[in-house]
Write a protein that binds this ligand. Sequence first.
Ligand code: ADP
Ligand code: MG
Length: 266
Amino acid sequence: MRLVIKFAGALLERPTEALYKSRSQQVAELATQGHQVFVVHGGGRTFTRTLARLGIESRFVEGLRVTDPETRDVALMVLGGLLNKQLAAAISAFEQPAVGIAGGDAACFLAEPLSHPAGLGFVGELRAVNVEFIESLWAAGLVPVAACLGLGADGQVYNINADQMAAACAGYLRADKLIYLTDVPGVLDGDEVIESVECGEIDDLVKTNKVSGGMVLKLDACRRALAAGVSDVQIVGGENTSSLLAAASGECRGTRVGTGTRVGRG
Ligand code: ADP
Ligand code: MG
């Protein structure tokens, strides 16, 4: 099975903790079992903290980070460097070699600038994946770990929202499953996890403020993955020890997002 797993930002924050190690071990286990596993990560909070240390302010428009040239360079250092190499090392520690890749490595992830009226700078959308290269990594027994960065036709590196990156990669790689590990147990309605969300009701969930912040982008990304032909898309809790392996085996412990047109809830 071909599996795309997006690591939660909250997990990436704590690379020395048991939680980070056990999720990395589970990724290693899935690959060792013979699945073609592809990991995607962002790392917004570590990124924001590093920018602050450098005296660079973070600014967001509709959840997307305004990325000037300086901010972009720090994205490459933090996302493509620190967080990417840490995660590849954590998976590799469980006798399953993983390799960190980003943007223009082997022309792997090609991006186009995202057109937005606010002018977001170096924010991009994924437009192509070097699928042959990724397949060669799988054939060599490696787990590719991708930072959410793409290379533009202008030779510049673009920052891509990690949820959108995961969805687009799942589409290009024709993944069987896309699993979002996040810092909540799934899409919540109050305290309750919503077992399934249909594409047709996402706009309504946003309009009625049932869903906000990072979850809006995530659900939009899920919708895009489904439209690209990925048939199993789940949002599950990264803190829950069994959620990842359960999701991989087809049992959803969080929220499954479907292609249905149901509008509104109950
Ligand atoms: P990730 O690192 O997984 O992308 P985000 O912080 O971007 O995490 O998105 C998850 C966050 O979305 C949750 O921590 C929560 O604050 C927010 N959120 C807003 N509305 C909801 C909702 N209805 N259900 C779950 N999370 C929600
Ligand atoms: Mg997010």
